[in-house]
Design a protein around this ligand. Structure first.
Ligand SMILES: Cc1ncc(COP(=O)(O)O)c(C=O)c1O
Length: 451
């Protein structure tokens, strides 16, 4: 069988309607170089989503490949179950030094879902250990994505992806997100809107009973729904609320950490102190899978006494090859001043994307750093969105394939209101932003004529 036939017969693509490929080819990406990838027909695409918010340094970095090669030859595998290996130790120390506050303890995983799942289990186990066993509930925001394992899916706020798997883990509660473009209250003041959205968390805590709530899970910039940055003061207010009620604040930085927002951590960019940071994706720029959570010393303390044990582990977590790659990745971040590149160019990225505001279909351009969402609307003046049928035709039927055909990998997502998501590799500069804008302009203009 050729690759297409084999892919269609044997490969199960994630979050994908497989029937969509009955009559069209599965795109097969074969190699990458810098911010570009190439398919099996030799066509080039600008990787405007860094794969899946992963490829911070871009593709084809031989120093990362060599770090993996060297480590596999030295010690390919050993578990972190009661053993350590030098890379895990060094990386944990490095991450603790980069993280804000007293987040000095690292529990490695292989993925973002496992990181969120681990933070969920740690919150429950911690409160049991310190004599507050009734604290088990978790709070997160509408439309926020936190992963697919049963715990992480329970925390996820995308109602549409949950029904096939219900009943989920009980005690998961939703609060509003920070979509200012569609603010249900205080649409005239970002500050007041932010205060309201934070206070909604307190109202949820009080409604549920503060003594039953374990943790709040928030991304620095919420991805799903199309990049909602936090209003000024939002996280500071959430921190106050969490402190008042003894609730843990988990910053889910699976996307936002490692330069996406021009800092190692989103919490640093927005000046707040979480109790746990979950991370994955960009830590290795995708050259090997790795995730984890950074935990405040205070949460680890009860596990440092007597027979106490965090009864949780993952075979491949903190894999020697992945941790070697992560160390090499962070070395390149320093050497090539990757964070500085994002900070120097983010205003240019924003300004370039904002040029698209002259198109009738573009309702809102929002984001921070190298992380943007463009919300599409049917009527700019009223912010009228598309109905399900139009969304289906526009996003799935036209936009996604047309953008790809035009040479841009990005994401047309309708899990909230319809948005195009962009998160290019952190090595990109103005020439790449121009290319993104040019392709989006032409495809979005065509989309408007098809409505
Ligand atoms: C904020 C957030 N949390 C968790 C996850 C889950 O990560 P993974 O797909 O590595 O399991 C994702 C994935 O996109 C994410 O964006």
């Amino acid at each position: 069988m050729n690759t297409q036939d084999s892919a269609k017969r044997h490969l199960w693509l994630h979050f994908t309607r497989m029937s969509a490929y009955n009559d069209t080819d599965v795109p097969v990406i074969v190699r990458g170089e810098g911010p570009y990838v190439y398919d099996d027909r030799g066509r080039r695409y600008l990787d405007g989503l860094s794969g899946l918010f992963v490829s911070q340094l871009g593709h084809g970095r031989t120093e990362l490949a060599e770090a993996a090669h060297r480590q596999a030859g030295e010690l390919a595998y050993f578990p972190l179950w009661s053993y350590a290996h030098p890379n895990a130790v060094e990386l944990a120390e490095r991450l603790a030094a980069l993280a804000p506050g007293d987040l000095n303890r690292v529990f490695f995983t292989t993925s973002g879902s496992e990181a969120v799942e681990s933070a969920f289990k740690l919150a429950r186990a911690y409160f049991k250990l310190v004599g507050q066993p009734e604290r088990y509930k978790v709070i997160s925001r509408d439309i926020a994505y936190h992963g697919t394992s049963m715990g992480a899916l329970s925390i996820t706020g995308l109602a549409g992806i949950k029904p096939p798997f219900e009943p989920l883990v009980p005690g998961s509660v939703r609060v509003p997100n920070t979509n200012f473009y569609r603010a249900p209250e205080h649409g005239d003041s970002l500050e007041r809107f932010g205060r309201w959205a934070a206070d909604e968390i307190e109202r949820a805590i009080l409604r549920e009973g503060p003594e039953t709530v374990a943790a709040v899970y928030l991304e620095p910039v919420q991805n799903s729904g199309g990049c909602f940055p936090p209003p000024p003061g939002y996280f500071q207010r959430v921190r106050e609320i969490c402190d008042r009620h003894g609730v843990l604040l988990v910053s889910d930085e699976v996307i936002c950490a490692f330069g996406r927002l021009g800092h190692y951590f989103g919490a640093e960019r927005y000046g707040y102190r979480p109790d746990i940071i979950t991370f994955a994706k960009g830590l290795t720029s995708g050259y090997s899978p790795l995730g984890g959570m950074l935990v405040d010393d205070r949460l680890m303390e009860p596990f440092n006494e007597g027979t106490a044990t965090f009864l949780h582990g993952i075979t491949f977590a903190g894999h020697p090859v992945s941790t070697a790659v992560a160390l090499a990745n962070l070395e390149v971040f320093e050497k090539e001043k990757i964070l500085e590149n994002v900070r120097a160019n983010e205003a240019g990225f924003r300004a370039t994307l904002e040029r698209l505001n002259d198109l009738p279909i573009v309702g809102d351009v929002r984001g921070d750093g190298y992380f943007y969402g463009i919300e599409l609307v049917k009527d700019k003046a009223t912010k009228l969105t598309f109905d399900d049928d139009e969304s289906e035709r526009l996003l799935r039927g036209f936009l996604s394939p047309a953008l790809f055909d035009a040479g841009l990998v990005c994401r047309a997502d309708d899990r909230g209101d319809p948005v195009v998501q962009l998160a290019p590799p952190l090595i990109c500069g103005q020439e790449h932003f121009e290319e993104i804008e040019r392709i989006l302009r032409s495809v979005l203009t065509e989309a408007w004529t098809r409505l």
